[in-house]
Design a protein around this ligand. Sequence first.
Ligand code: GLY
Length: 373
Amino acid sequence: MMAGKQVVRVGLDDRAYEIRIGAGLLQRAGHEIAPILNRPRVAILTDENVARLHLSTLERALDDAAIAHAALTLPAGEGTKSWAQLQHVVEWLLAERVERDDMIIALGGGVIGDLTGFAAAILRRGVGFIQMPTTLLAQVDSSVGGKTGINSPQGKNLIGAFKQPALVLADIAVLGTLDARDFLAGYGEVVKYGALGDEGFFAWLEENGPALAAGDMALRAEMVRRSCEMKAGIVARDELEHGERALLNLGHTFGHALEAATGYGDRLLHGEGVAIGMALAFELSSRLGLCSQECPSRLRAHLRAMNMKCDLSDIAGDLPDADGLVALMAQDKKVQDGVPRFVLVRDIGAAFVTGDVPARAVRDLLAEALAAR
Ligand code: GLY
């Protein structure tokens, strides 16, 4: 076994799989995946940015293990999670004669992972796939747990399927190729794990966040491991999001509205929307008397210490007014009977889901946050 490799198991009976975490996993990917292949042949999906940085490393690693490979490189960006690219991918996989017992590799961030997983779910009624996440967000969140899909012109992630990967290989050395903004956007999802369910992890992040952002590999591996352990536990207990898994949406009800308002692009990255959304959810919890006033202050202090966005004033350009943002929340996937569901907190590490939030409290909070811009 490679020195320093850590393994987190996602316990889903006959669909259980490992998340392997460590520096240098991409270089030895062929040997890592060989035991789970039915024949020595894989198809790789990636995007232009990731291909430039990492595709040749993966291809060499597959050659080292005598695994044949073909790769399709897609445009980078959220626009790739579309019907048109799904069709392109599925037709390419069929042309490559990918069979039911074969494996497809998703080499990239959340967009490539989500699209590949969905293509794997529908190709020949289901083929296997392996996640090789190259962003922090994908390593700690989107590559684990089997949510796959594409976007509709009517909204994000509205078309998809649950399809668990056969293996996740998270090479933390590739995080060194991310720019600071992308790293911190992924870190928003890491903070989320502490904030929703583990005060001890949150305190660990307060202590170690600056050093791991500066590049400490051992701390980065520990951060990814603890995040994956939390997610794996939640997914194993509630794979299809009938209960506890909804806690992973902390910050997302506000965050998705802000992403929709800013066009799902460079103005506000998903993880940035989650960070601002968490700050708003904590503030709302405090105003509703559910947690102390220190709770939102402590969360915000950590986000600020990490130079992360945490206020509406951190978003450049115009935003809709409070009513406009509330209307965007009503489009959320989690709406039940037209009422948005919120993840609120009783403390750092003690989140819960509720549909019982006075609309007035949400509107007032947003109106004040907008006025402070
Ligand atoms: N990203 C939230 C989930 O996987 O449930």
